[in-house]
Design a binder for this molecule. Structure first.
Ligand SMILES: *Cc1c(COP(=O)(O)O)cnc(C)c1O
Length: 355
């Protein structure tokens, strides 16, 4: 039997964060609901639920095992994002981020960091633009595969360049999840993930986390989380931990569905010109001729929910332009493959495109 460190990601996801087997105990202990805890004596930690909870502790251990480091759970991906940006950047610091980063990242940068004297450099999400913005930077933020454009960046190369410039590299790993990509092992200093997407995968949780190679790097974020109260609820945390076990099977099926749809769409004259799939994960994007055509397509799909977000077990799609936050065409569709049987999903999409 190989040791935990060599196990493959699907195996790690099944066993991550589970306590040692004990007679009569469940595999995953149920959620602990507590504001204060009885204090066990002098010198013990705070004994208050905003600072510690055994349900978070197990979930964070699981996330650490998946990410290859230590992890901190937050109330949402944005709680994790804002902790990194607001706790780690001080006046006079410089942030580099892609101009198509998650809209919340751009808003924190321009509405909260810039006014307090942080220089914000928003650049195109491609290697040359990011590299040339790095000199003098303190923190470089990237998202890869980026979303909704689905461009892919070389994490190892950017980590090396960021470090040479004295900057830390943060990777938003929401789309790939630690099942498909482990940025810490490629040299990234911090990883941020929205647990609402493929990580937990059932479209019923809002949760997030930050991971780093060691707990010391996370110390200012732990302090921030306790101070600002950006903690997840124990029940959500427990549900998320329960959901991790199926991460591998969910992502494998989503990815197989995405590949099949990519092949279908690439062969069609009406969409082939702009079909994007980064050969990773369950999200693909394509552009139909007009808003009307895209709306008709979405309405005609029977298995595909008209919804934002991605990474859930139910296939979903949306016309991304409706948010007004991305520079995309009116007929641009972001399509998130669920875990339906591939043949059914392909047939549904093919039929909807014919109408
Ligand atoms: C959804 C998302 C976030 C924000 O996460 P929430 O859990 O909704 O707060 C951040 N980054 C990416 C790439 C996302 O898709």
């Amino acid at each position: 039997m190989n040791g935990p460190a060599e196990r493959r990601p699907g195996t790690r996801a099944v066993h991550a964060g589970l306590p040692p087997a004990r007679d009569g105990e469940p595999f995953l202990p149920g959620p602990t609901f507590a504001a204060p805890f009885h204090l066990a004596g002098p010198g013990v930690p705070a004994g208050y639920g905003r600072y510690e909870n055994p349900t978070y502790a197990l979930y964070e251990q699981a996330l650490g095992e998946l990410e290859g480091g230590a992890a901190l759970a937050f109330a949402s991906g944005m709680a994790a994002t804002s902790a990194v940006l607001l706790a780690l950047l001080a006046p006079g610091d410089v942030l580099v981020a892609p101009d198509d980063a998650y809209p919340g990242v751009r808003r924190i940068a321009t509405e909260h960091l810039e006014p307090r004297g942080v220089e914000v450099r928003l650049v195109a999400s491609e290697m040359t633009a990011i590299r040339s913005a790095l000199p003098g930077a303190d923190l470089a933020w990237i998202e890869t595969p980026a979303n909704p454009g689905l461009t892919v960046l070389d994490i190892a190369a950017l980590a090396a360049d960021a470090h040479a410039s004295g900057a830390r590299l943060v990777v938003d790993n929401t789309l790939a999840t630690p099942y498909l990509q482990r940025p810490l092992g490629l040299g990234a200093d911090l990883v941020v993930v929205s647990g609402a997407k493929a990580l937990t995968g059932h479209s019923d949780l809002i949760l997030g986390h930050v991971a780093a190679r060691d707990a010391e790097t996370l110390a200012p974020l732990l302090d921030w989380r306790g101070l600002h109260g950006a903690i997840p609820g124990p029940f959500e945390t427990w549900l998320a931990h329960r959901s991790l076990a199926t991460l591998g099977v969910r992502v494998e099926r989503q990815q197989a569905n995405a590949q099949a749809l990519y092949e279908l769409l690439s062969g069609r004259g009406d969409v082939a010109a702009d079909v994007r799939w980064p050969s990773m994960g369950g999200v693909l994007c394509f552009t139909l001729a007009s808003e009307e055509r895209a709306e008709a397509f979405l309405a005609a799909c029977e298995l595909v929910a008209d919804a934002t977000s991605f990474g859930g077990v139910h296939s979903s799609a949306e016309r991304r332009v409706r948010w007004g936050t991305d520079a995309v065409a009116p007929g641009f569709v972001r399509f998130s493959c669920g875990v339906e049987d591939t043949a059914d999903l392909v047939a549904d999409v093919e039929r909807a495109l014919e109408l």
